[in-house]
Design a protein around this ligand. Sequence first.
Ligand code: GLU
Length: 314
Amino acid sequence: MGNVRGRFAPSPSGRMHLGNLFSGLLAWLSVRAAGGTMVLRMEDLDPDRCKEEYAVQLADDLRWLGLDWDEGYQVGGPHGPYRQSERTDLYAGAFETLERQGLIYPCYCTRAERLAASAPHRSDGQAVYSGRCRHLTEAQRAELSATRRPAWRVKVPDRNIGFTDGLQGVYEENLLHDCGDFILRRSDGVYAYQLAVVYDDGAMEVNQVVRGRDLLDSTPRQRYLYELLGLTPPDFYHVPLLLAPDGRRLSKREKDLDMGALRERFTPEALTGLLAFWAGQLDKPEPVAPAELAQHFDWAKVPAGDIMVDPNHL
Ligand code: GLU
């Protein structure tokens, strides 16, 4: 039990909101209840959206609630750096490992072409890539390269990849039919989340991943990359999303639920109590400190289904 290594891996692309905090608290509770090690990694891969000031704010918001971490951003540790923007060389190495296996190819499709050539949409609204650029000849590639910079995709197999989620149960996908070859490096050179997250969780020896249920369908892709990179996959717990009364996901757009607004309205203990109540850890929302909750944390009480939150009734 004592060697659980968990992490919180937020993207500093704005002020944290209630939904991020809910996932972060559960990740923290699960690690602390097991006497494990908590890692904080900043997933600031996208230079257009992520800012250091958001990362600083995020760390401050976590500490305000009463969460801490043993390794990571602002703290350091043996597996740094802990900002993805500083790990590009490492991703390049992982990418080369896959290239040497003959599994990577350049994709020249524009967005419009991609949509036109894609199979019917998946249940989550994403298109399944048809593999249009998988079979281009060298001559075709050379010609397209003259005017376009390619993105890079990994070939996926025609077989089911499944796993048992600690909260959602068995989940599987046939990557070829349900997803298609997916992008590992964008045309602007930025490595994709799917590659970076797998490489980092592997390199940081993370053996427990707790995150939002919206990432459940990324997991078969990630498990495939674990296989290809020879890394051991962690245990996964995909936690419920917080939804507005109309069924939409709470997001960074709900300004009244970002940490700036929440810190004005709540004490850390009152907010923790509310989150813990939604997470099934308290019978009613009453003030409590995260450290106190960790002593009684029980995954069996966490609901699997999404949670309706009415911002007007907080
Ligand atoms: N950086 C991702 C996000 O903020 C989370 C990645 C993960 O937990 O695997 O949505």
